[in-house]
Ligand binder design. Structure first.
Ligand SMILES: [Ca+2]
Ligand SMILES: [Ca+2]
Length: 342
C-alpha cells in the first residue's frame, strides 16, 4: 500500500516533470517560431523592398501647405511639384530619398512655390538616393550602391527660395532639356548658402538667370562641394550680378573635362571672392564676363583659372599652385586680363 502510494506519487511527479519539460519545449518552440516570424518580417521586408523605417511615400502635385516631419523617412516615388502659393516645410533632420530608376527620366522636385527647409548646421535636411543606406534607415539591402545621377534635381522656378543647411547627394542626372544640377535655379536666382553637396553627375549647383533689367542677386556662399566633376555653373545674359564667396569645391581629379566654377556672361560688378577649387579640369572658368576675382585658391587642377572671350576680368591676390598646365590661362589672343599680386 505504502509502496503503491509512493509509486503513484513518483508517477505524479514524473508526469508533472514531463508536463513542465513539454511546456518548456513548447515555450521554446513558440519563441523560435516568433523569432522566425520576426526575422521573416525584417528580411522579407527588406527583400521585397519595404523600408524598415516609418516611411511616407510622396509624389505628384502638393495641393495645400504641407510639412514633412523628421520622424519619418520621406520616399519620393514620382516627381513632386510645389505650385506657386504653396509652401512645403521640411523639418530639421528630415531625410528625403528619391527612388532610383534605371530609366533615363529620373525624379525631380519642382518648386514654383516655397520650399521651406528648416535644417540647421547641426541638424541638416538630407536629399539623397533610395540606394543610400548611410542615412535615414535601410530601404533595400539587396540593391546596388548609390551612384551619381540616381535622381535628377531640386528645380527652383522662384527666386524667393532660401536653400540652406542641406546635405544633397547622388543627384544631378541629365535630362533632355539640359537642366541638370542637383540644385537648379531656372529663370531665377535663389539663395544657396551653407549646404553640403557630393556625388553629383552634372553640376552640384546650376543657375540660369536672364533678367530683363540689371539685378544684383543673392550671394551663393559657404557651400562645400565634394566629389563632383562639375561644381557651380552660373549662366546669365549680362544682367545678373553675382557674389560667389567662401565656397569650397573639390572635384574628382578628372584631367580632361569638368570645372569647379563656370561663369558665363554674369553682370558687371560680379565678385568671385575667397572660393577654393581643387582637383578639377578647369578650376574657375570665365566666358564672356569681367568679374572681380580675388583671394581665391586654385590648387591641383589642370588649369587653375581659365578665361575665354572675356575682356579685362580682374584677377588679384589669388593663390594658385600645383595646377598641372597653367595657374591662369587666357585662351583669347585679343582680350586682355588684369592679373596682379597672384
Ligand atoms: Ca525627370
Ligand atoms: Ca541599399
Amino acid at each position: 500500500m505504502g509502496n503503491k502510494n509512493l509509486t503513484t506519487k513518483n508517477q505524479k511527479l514524473t508526469t508533472v516533470r514531463l508536463r513542465r519539460t513539454k511546456e518548456v519545449k513548447m515555450q521554446s518552440k513558440s519563441f523560435k517560431t516568433q523569432l522566425i516570424i520576426i526575422m521573416l518580417v525584417i528580411f522579407g521586408g527588406v527583400l521585397f523592398g519595404k523600408p524598415l523605417v516609418d516611411t511616407v511615400r510622396v509624389s505628384g502635385i502638393i495641393t495645400h501647405d504641407t510639412t514633412w516631419t523628421a520622424n519619418k523617412l520621406v520616399l519620393v516615388v514620382g516627381d513632386v511639384t510645389i505650385p506657386a502659393n504653396i509652401t512645403l516645410t521640411i523639418q530639421a533632420g528630415t531625410v528625403i530619398k528619391f527612388t532610383y530608376y534605371s530609366g533615363s527620366d529620373r525624379l525631380n522636385l519642382y518648386v514654383s512655390g516655397i520650399l521651406n527647409v528648416q535644417g540647421t548646421a547641426a541638424n541638416p535636411v538630407y536629399f539623397t538616393s533610395s540606394r543610400d543606406d548611410s542615412i535615414g534607415g535601410v530601404f533595400d539591402l539587396t540593391d546596388a550602391n548609390p551612384a551619381p545621377g540616381d535622381w535628377e534635381n531640386i528645380m527652383f522656378y522662384n527666386g524667393n527660395n532660401v536653400f540652406r543647411h542641406c546635405v544633397v547627394k547622388y543627384g544631378g542626372d541629365y535630362d533632355a532639356s539640359g537642366n541638370a544640377g542637383m540644385v537648379t535655379g531656372w529663370d531665377c536666382s535663389p539663395t544657396i548658402d551653407s549646404n553640403y553637396f557630393a556625388y553629383s553627375s552634372y553640376p552640384a549647383v546650376k543657375v540660369r538667370y536672364f533678367p530683363s533689367s540689371p539685378v544684383t542677386v543673392p550671394k551663393i556662399r559657404n557651400n562645400i562641394i565634394n566629389n563632383c566633376p562639375y561644381g557651380i555653373c552660373y549662366v546669365s545674359n549680362g544682367l545678373a550680378s553675382i557674389d560667389l564667396r567662401n565656397n569650397r569645391l573639390t572635384g574628382t581629379g578628372n584631367t580632361s573635362w569638368g570645372y569647379g566654377i563656370y561663369l558665363e556672361n554674369v553682370g558687371t560688378g560680379s565678385l568671385i571672392y575667397c572660393d577654393s577649387v581643387s582637383r578639377f579640369y578647369r578650376g574657375i572658368e570665365f566666358v564672356n564676363c569681367s568679374p572681380m576675382v580675388s583671394y581665391n585658391t586654385a590648387l591641383s587642377n589642370v588649369f587653375g583659372l581659365y578665361c575665354h572671350s572675356s575682356t579685362d576680368p580682374i584677377f588679384h591676390h589669388n593663390g594658385m599652385s600645383g595646377n598641372s598646365r597653367y595657374g591662369l590661362f587666357n585662351e583669347s589672343t585679343t582680350d586682355t586680363v588684369n592679373a596682379r599680386y597672384n
